[in-house]
Design a protein. Structure first.
Length: 277
């Protein structure tokens, strides 16, 4: 069974943040399906490794997704291969800090994680729509953009923005192309990527591999799912669902912000997750 009409031999796939981790796993998978893959990343050393891993017929291009001019230059290079069928906006950074962190830290995280996705969407999606061919857009979000754990508010904001952006894009594409071009939100769990490896040199037992994320991503796309929700080796889907629901109930029940971590509500949250609340 076809995963998606856009994923086909000879079609072009563009993946930002494609030189390692989830992006490289996706690049290898698409290349194995006969697609022509372009990986874009700012890390020249990792790009060289990715170029060797993918082999002949694919491109690895140094790109700074936060810079619209760099994304425009990427599009010029990609155009030589033919129309883009699959766009995966995957580049991401972390450690932006809380609401009172320095502005430059916020600019860095929002620039890559949110505006980098927007730059990719605005540069490539209009041409995908105009091509009259099947198209697929995958934007990488995060569970943190949904459940909002304290500690890295800048990252949470950026990924919440990606969620809203992708939901809006999916609606627009459904209305304008009738589903010929679709958008999907990839929501990884704890995954051992290059960003994590900088701080944890050994993969923790609780983390998934990037290949497990791509397996789940492709299964979800084949089912027609918008939310490509991934697990890890620590948290079940049932617990994930209860965390998401609890956050929504903060609004409905007028509880304190992030009540899951509030001292007056922590015990009630624990009972809710355990099924005793």
């Amino acid at each position: 069974m076809s995963i998606h009409p856009a994923i086909a031999p000879g079609n072009v796939a563009v993946i930002t943040g494609g030189a390692n981790g989830i992006g490289l796993a996706a690049a290898r998978r698409f290349a194995g399906m006969g697609m022509t893959v372009v990986v874009a990343d700012r890390d020249a050393d990792q790009l060289a490794i990715a170029r060797e891993a993918l082999g002949e017929g694919h491109l690895a291009i140094e790109t700074h997704v936060a810079d619209p001019a760099s994304i425009a230059a990427l599009a010029v290079e990609v155009a030589r291969l033919g129309p883009v069928a699959v766009l995966m906006n995957n580049a991401g950074v972390g450690r932006g800090g809380d609401a009172l962190a320095p502005r430059e830290a916020w600019d860095r995280v929002l620039g890559v994680n949110l505006f980098g996705v927007l730059n990719g969407v605005q540069q490539f999606v209009p041409a995908i729509v105009e091509s009259d061919r099947p198209g697929l857009v995958i934007n990488t979000g995060s569970k943190q953009g949904i459940t909002q754990p304290p500690g890295d508010t800048a990252y949470n904001v950026s990924k919440a923005g990606v969620k809203a952006l992708t939901e809006g894009l999916a609606h627009t594409l459904r209305e304008t192309t009738g589903g010929r071009v679709s958008a999907h939100l990839l929501i990884p769990g704890f995954t051992y990527t290059g960003m994590i490896a900088r701080h944890l040199p050994t993969q923790p037992p609780s983390a998934w591999t990037p290949d497990q994320v791509i397996d789940t991503m492709l299964d979800g796309i084949a089912r027609g799912s918008f939310y490509l929700w991934c697990l890890d080796n620590e948290t079940t889907r049932e617990v994930d669902n209860k965390r998401v629901l609890w956050n929504a109930l903060d609004i409905v029940e007028d509880r304190p912000a992030l009540s899951r971590w509030h001292p007056d509500w922590k015990d009630e949250f624990a009972a809710f997750v355990s099924g005793k609340g």
